[in-house]
Design a protein around this ligand. Sequence first.
Ligand SMILES: Nc1nc2c(ncn2[C@@H]2O[C@H](COP(=O)(O)OP(=O)(O)OP(=O)(O)O)[C@@H](O)[C@H]2O)c(=O)[nH]1
Ligand SMILES: [Mg+2]
Length: 211
Amino acid sequence: MDYYLPVKILNAKYLKSVTSPDRSLRGKVLEVSFVGRSNVGKSSMINSLAMRKIAKTSSTPGATRLINLYLIEYEHKGARQQAIFSDFPGFGYAKVSKSMQKDWQKMIEGYIERNKEIQKIIWVYDVRREPDRLDEMLLEWFLDRELPFSIALTKTDKESRGFAANKKRLFKQYIKKGEILTFSAKTGEGRKELLEHILKLGDVLKKLNNN
Ligand SMILES: Nc1nc2c(ncn2[C@@H]2O[C@H](COP(=O)(O)OP(=O)(O)OP(=O)(O)O)[C@@H](O)[C@H]2O)c(=O)[nH]1
Ligand SMILES: [Mg+2]
């Protein structure tokens, strides 16, 4: 019988900072990547999910410059498992020079396209934002490359429930696959659901490895 047992975080710590996929981790562990615009709350989301302040957050955009990897140990359905959360530098920050933005974009694209361990990309999106060309380009890239992404509409504490529901509907028109979840690092809204959504993938991976 499949009974409900929540995911329990056992430990979480900083592992390393990289600019390309880490070969020593290949095939060993589920990786979940948190991407999105600068200052949207990617690092805060990781801290909230891990229930520890492991990722550096800041009210000044550009706090995360490299791809920071965190090792998360958790218990799911009675089994101890591991995952890597990768925290990405935010894009679209106007004060960064064009050439630097290009370098970041190359690093991010290269990392994601070459990294076969990534089971899930969480596109962290400020619920208050109206999509612009840059957001559209990211979405097109996800769809073109058939990347496994879900959308987490964040900072929901800043708007009403109805507002978030409308935004969810808007995104649903564009994506057929992939879930859209809501989240607030401030209130913890949606934390449990997002954690389940991400880490249930670990069960699939485990099954594949055991067969
Ligand atoms: N109200 C509210 N504020 C949030 C939430 N999540 C993040 N913030 C705030 O938004 C700011 C940016 O948060 P970060 O987690 O550093 O954002 P980031 O996406 O990692 O930023 P970069 O690494 O610079 O791209 C900080 O001041 C956070 O306190 C949220 O859910 N609600
Ligand atoms: Mg950050």
